[in-house]
Each structure stands twice: as C-alpha cells, then as structure tokens.
Design a protein around this ligand. Structure first.
Ligand SMILES: [Zn+2]
Length: 468
C-alpha cells in the first residue's frame, strides 16, 4: 500500500517536471522551411511549412509556429523546396525495365513481340534484376508506392522489401503457359502462396493480377473474384484496353462491352483495380462507379500505342477512384510519374479543346490522393496529414527549370523533371537523400541490368527480330 502511493507520487512529479521544463514533444524527423502541398481535402498549402514525423507516421503538418512544439532527432531544413506526398504509380510492370525500348513500333506488339520474348526470357533472375532497376528509377522519380503486375512477384517483393518502398504486387494469372505457371489454375495457386507469405507485411500488399478479361476464362475470373474477397486482397487487371479485347468479349458475351461483361459475371468489386479503361461509355462508367472499382490511368502508354484516350477526366469529375500510372517500361517507356503529369494535362485539354479543362492541381491530385483512392489506400497514404503514413518527397525548386515558382502545381505539372526529386521518405525512413539511394547499391543494380541486357540482345537476334 505504501509502495503504491510512493510510486504514483513520483510519477506525478515526473510529469510535472517535464511539462514545466520543456513543453515539447520528442519526434524522429522535422521537415521545416518547406512549401508544403498537403493534398488534404482543403488542398492546404503552407509557405514556411513544417511536417513532423515520428516512427512511420506523420504527427503534424502546419505553419512555422509548429516547429516550436517539437524536438526532433533529425531536422531537415529544405530552404523553400516543395514537400509533398510521395507519388503513387497505380500500374506498372517494373521487371520489364530490361526490355525497355524494344520493338517500340511493332504493330500488335503484345501478341507478336512481347509474349514470345517473355516466353524465352522471364525467369526469377530476370524478374529480380528488372524490378531492382524499376524500383531505383521510380524512387528517384518520387514514386514511393507502386502497383505491379507480373510473374514471380515474390521476387519483386524481396526487392521492394530491401529498398524500403511500398507496393501492391499482383501475381499474374493468364490462360497461356508462362514462366511460373503452366496454366491459369497454377497461376492462382502461385498467387495464393504469395498472398499467404506476404499478407502481414507492413509495406507490401500481395494481390491477384488476372492479365485481362479476354486472356482469362469466365470461370477463372469468377474464382479469382471469390478468392480475393475471402482473402481481402486486391485484384488488378488490364480492362477495356484494346480492340482485340472488345472482339473476344463481344463474341463471348453476346455483344457486351468488357466492363458490362465483368459486371455480369460478378467480377466488378471494390477490390478491383482496372488499368487503362479506354473503351468505355457512360453506362460502363456508371457500372465502375456503382461497384467502387479503382482505375489506373496510363496516358503516355495509351498515346504511344495509339489505343486511344481514356475518359479519365470525366471519371475523375464523376467521383470515380482514379489515379495515374506509367504502365510498364516497354509501354511508357519510363516509370516516371512526373513525366505523366505534363502529358495528362495537355492531352485532356486537347481532347476537350479547352485550355482550362485540366488544371494542374487536378493532375497532382490524380498522382497522390486520387491514386491512393484507386488502390483503396486513401486512409493510409496520398496526403500529408497527421495520422497518415510518412511517405514524403522533396522537390528541388532551385533547379533552373523550376525558377521562378509562382504556382507550385503549375511548376510540377509543366516544368518539373523526375530528376528534380531531391529526397524521398517512405514509412518514416529516408530512402533517398540528395538523390543518393541509401538502401541499395545503384551501380550494382545498373551493372546487373546491363549484363542481363546482353542476354536479351542475343535472344532477340536469335529469334530473327532486329534489336531496335
Ligand atoms: Zn500494363
């Protein structure tokens, strides 16, 4: 009894002493003197702003006065640079960096060139080497979270774990024999094992990735839908992308569009993220909204392949979950979301014949909060707000192309290069400082990719194609 009262008295004394002597909170990281673009609901911007981080979370965002409330182990004075949420790439195939720029202008390239090339070269090694390079490229371009669809995703997961980024990784399911599965059923099993292994990882979300509606059967699409709901994991798919898809689905369903067909078979759910979504009409858009489907908008890939322009602006304005993606490096050809900004803004203006159709702030929203919504992660990432995960990038505003800066959103969309990204923080950890990646050896990553490229070159020549 005596002991207990002594104990509570000493606790009370200690509390009194700390509040009187230093009314500051001890945290890990304080970013100050920043042009903070919060991307919160009010789109608050703080000049001379401050972002306070403790552990893997943001604890406060505000103006200068906030810095007095914190004592940080590390203080990052960014001298007016832009501090914003890390960019989110909603659709890519990171491992394909080793194939970048091959067969760029081959007609029907996916079926005539890419699938045959992949059947010869995709392996655990290729997936790891390509993903390492993709990760470095993305992080150096300010991407802190990405959504990937490929084979051997457990190899991609190891590379993401190592570099420290955040990712949704979807294991491909397709009806043809591929490197890691003889058929769709084996692909589903591979995905299930991967999901079990990574379900509780703090930064990696495992997922199913049926390649497309027309490259899978109705039964397989339905089975994946059911399993994704049971395991509560995302499903990523290429959707309403190509003429070939339209033809196959039209024939299979007796005249339905790919989106109508997916709705009919019960495959449109809030777990689904559709990439491209080009060939859709108003009814399709209503269905996607009704089923709360996420959408990845990949402008540079779509215009390069001449497949068409997705009505992404209408979908965004109608309140659908939509964010920017780069698609794979054979399509884009970079994994730079910053390079998408400019093209997204300009093409939607052109299509709408309206200079004001796509204001820069909307483009930045589609790269941050919009992308977080597309991946159903808006409660965790996408904006700088207290309680959210600390995924933060700093953009150099002293680079010649960024001077002067009257409107930070315009500067980002029309003037910025990916190389203007100076620092990147993921989950509260600084992964890139002054463009130096701290967690992996960039030179080694490049060397491994170059070695693999020799093998790619030999394989392409042996198959009778030109390396171009
Ligand atoms: Zn793709």
């Amino acid at each position: 009894m005596l002991k207990k009262s002594f104990l509570s008295a000493s606790v009370a004394l200690a509390t009194l002493a700390s509040s009187a002597a230093f009314a500051v909170e001890h945290i890990d990281l304080l970013i100050k003197d920043a042009t903070v673009l919060t991307m919160n609901a009010d789109k608050a911007v703080y000049e001379n702003g401050v972002v306070a981080v403790d552990g893997n979370k943001i604890v406060a965002v505000g103006d200068e006065s906030l810095s007095k409330a914190y004592q940080a182990k590390t203080v990052l004075d960014v001298d007016g640079d832009i501090v914003m949420p890390g960019l989110i790439n909603t659709h890519t195939h990171a491992s394909m960096t080793v194939f970048r720029s091959l067969g760029d202008d081959v007609p029907d390239r996916l079926h005539r060139y890419i699938f045959p090339l992949e059947s010869k070269l995709v392996s655990r090694d290729m997936v790891r080497i390509g993903a390492q390079l993709g990760n470095v490229e993305m992080l150096k371009g300010g991407v802190t979270t990405y959504a990937d669809m490929y084979y051997f995703e457990d190899e991609v997961a190891k590379t993401v774990d190592k570099i420290g980024m955040r990712a949704i990784l979807g294991e491909t399911v397709i009806k043809f024999p591929v490197a890691d599965a003889a058929n769709a059923e084996e692909g589903i099993q591979y995905a299930l094992n991967f999901i079990k292994e990574y379900k509780d990882h703090p930064r990696i979300t495992p997922a199913f990735a049926p390649h497309a509606p027309y490259t899978n059967t109705t039964e397989v699409l339905q089975k994946i839908t059911k399993l994704s709901l049971e395991h509560d994991v995302p499903v990523m798919i290429h959707l309403a992308e190509s003429e070939r898809e339209n033809e196959v689905i039209d024939e299979r369903s007796g005249g339905k569009s790919p989106v109508e067909y997916m709705a009919d078979i019960g495959a449109l759910t809030p777990n689904l993220v559709g990439a491209h979504v080009i060939n859709v009409d108003d009814h399709d858009i209503e269905l996607l909204k009704k089923h709360d489907v996420g959408i990845a908008h990949n402008m540079s890939a779509n215009i390069k392949s001449a497949k068409g322009v997705s009505p992404a602006l209408k979908m965004f304005d109608d309140g659908l979950r939509i964010g920017l993606g780069t698609d794979g490096p054979m399509s884009g050809n970079t994994l730079s979301t910053v390079d998408e900004f400019n093209q997204v803004a300009k093409v939607h203006k052109l299509v709408n014949k309206d200079r004001a159709a796509m204001p820069p702030i909307k483009v930045i929203e589609m790269a941050t909060m919009g992308a977080a919504r597309a991946l159903h992660m808006e409660d965790k990432i996408g904006s700088l707000e207290a309680g959210k995960l600390a995924d933060i990038i700093v953009i150099d505003t002293k680079a010649p192309n960024m001077v002067p800066m009257y409107n930070p959103y315009s500067a980002l969309v029309y003037s910025a290069y990916a190389s203007n990204v100076k620092h990147a923080i993921v989950d509260g950890r600084v992964l890139m400082q002054e463009r130096d990646i701290l967690t992996v050896d960039e030179d080694k990553v490049r060397q491994e990719a170059l070695q693999f490229a020799d093998k790619v070159r030999e394989t392409v020549i042996a198959s009778g194609e030109e390396v171009r």
